[in-house]
Design a protein around this ligand. Structure first.
Ligand code: PEP
Length: 250
């Protein structure tokens, strides 16, 4: 059994209109109620436009909600941005920061990601800090150095195991159907755990998620890897029927 309570987190990305989102979340809530006390924490990060509506549906259930990104500031002249405080106000308890799509599409450096993670903590949200190498970086044997640098530079000041989660998501595994081998995941997760030892006090308790093409058919194998304390799931989180089997591996 696991040393840390796993977190199975869904990232809906830019998918979700009120329907079918309400139906799918309702179904997930129904499943979590039926199977009282799933052995993990369950999280869905819908688009911010749906957060309040989804919070109404998830209220009182084992399903938590979060944002996919936040601005570093609490409020101000930042057209189109959303603050961590707004996510909290709309019913969020978590916020993903530094997802590779944000790092790539919006040029977010680890310094920017760190500021966003600190904003999440300031607002009382758990920060899910994403790290991961590209295929070119892996092929050049730079994976572990890159991960070290991203962890060191993206982790919020004052991070603890209760306020911060790390998600290892190899960029080449996201949305591609490709996954690293369990051995490859074990190497990176052990490396992150070791790196954390020099950065925070309760490093043994911090949850390290794996993300990248997790689905029902490969989740058990990936979740069994040492130092893998849950999953960050994209495509397979959109439908409750696809997401629930991943939850059930815990
Ligand atoms: C993600 O974007 O966090 C992710 C892991 O996506 P997918 O599961 O679709 O690969």
């Amino acid at each position: 059994s696991k040393q840390r309570r796993p977190l199975i987190a869904g990232n809906w990305k830019m998918n979700g209109l009120s329907q079918p989102a309400a139906t799918e979340l309702g179904e997930l809530v129904r499943l979590s109620n039926e199977h009282a006390g799933p052995n993990c924490d369950i999280l869905i990060c819908p688009p911010a436009t749906l957060l309040r509506e989804m919070a109404t549906i998830a209220k009182g259930s084992a399903v938590s909600l979060g944002g996919q990104d936040c601005h570093a500031k609490e409020s101000g002249a930042h057209t189109g941005d959303i603050s961590a405080e707004m996510l909290k106000d709309a019913g969020g308890d978590y916020c993903i920061v530094g997802h590779s799509e944000r790092r790539a599409d919006h040029g977010e450096s680890s310094a920017v990601v760190k500021a966003k993670a600190e904003a999440a903590l300031r607002a009382g949200l758990v920060a899910i800090v994403c790290v991961g190498e590209t295929l070119a970086e892996r092929d050049a044997d730079k994976t572990l150095d890159l991960i070290s640098s991203q962890v060191r530079n993206s982790l919020p000041e004052g991070a603890t195991a209760t306020t911060t989660v790390i998600a290892y998501e190899p960029v080449w595994a996201i949305g591609t159907g490709k996954t690293p081998t369990p051995d490859d995941v074990a190497v990176v997760h052990a490396h992150i755990r070791k790196e954390l030892g020099s950065l925070i006090n309760d490093s043994d308790k911090m949850r390290l998620l794996y993300g990248g093409s997790v689905k029902g058919s490969n989740a058990a194998e990936l979740m069994a890897v040492a130092n893998v304390d849950g999953a960050l799931v994209g495509g397979a989180s959109l439908k409750a029927a696809d997401f629930w089997p991943i939850v059930e591996t815990c």
